[in-house]
Design a protein. Structure first.
Length: 145
């Protein structure tokens, strides 16, 4: 079944994708500094992955919960597309960058390698999800099977 293609739904999807794209750009920019800003980059990588997944759920007409928990969101993807959910499973490691890393505590600063890996995971989510949804101009993407 193809999701509804009303203007309001399309706008919400575009908003999710635009914000996710901005998070990816932010993560890239923060890593490209002479002195890379590691934990903020990881935070934006997690946020990008989360928003791309929420855009897809919106496209599928699935109510998006208020959560940063990528595992919970992937369970919702799995109900619709088992292969896609399995392909994205590694992204769950980004959960540690959602909230805890932004506050003082026991969470160590991520390494440059970990920060680059976080960005790579967010980019993989983007690359897997965007072809499944409508383009911002209004064309249709392929629906996941």
């Amino acid at each position: 079944m193809k999701p509804p293609e009303n203007q309001s739904c399309r706008k919400i999807i575009n908003d999710w994708v635009n914000k996710a794209n901005l998070d990816i750009r932010s993560a890239e920019t923060l890593l490209a500094q002479d002195h890379p800003l590691l934990y903020p980059s990881c935070f934006h990588s997690q946020q990008a992955a989360e928003k791309y997944i929420k855009a897809l759920l919106t496209w599928w007409d699935i109510e998006v919960p208020k959560t940063h928990e990528l595992g919970k969101l992937l369970k919702m993807v799995e109900a619709r597309d088992v292969k896609l959910a399995a392909m994205l499973l590694d992204v769950i490691v980004l959960n540690t960058y959602a909230v805890d890393i932004r506050y003082p505590g026991d969470q160590p600063e991520p390494s440059l390698e970990e920060s680059c890996e976080a960005l790579k995971l967010a980019q993989q989510v983007r690359d897997a999800i965007l072809p499944l949804m409508p383009s911002p101009s209004g064309g249709g993407g392929e629906e996941a099977k």
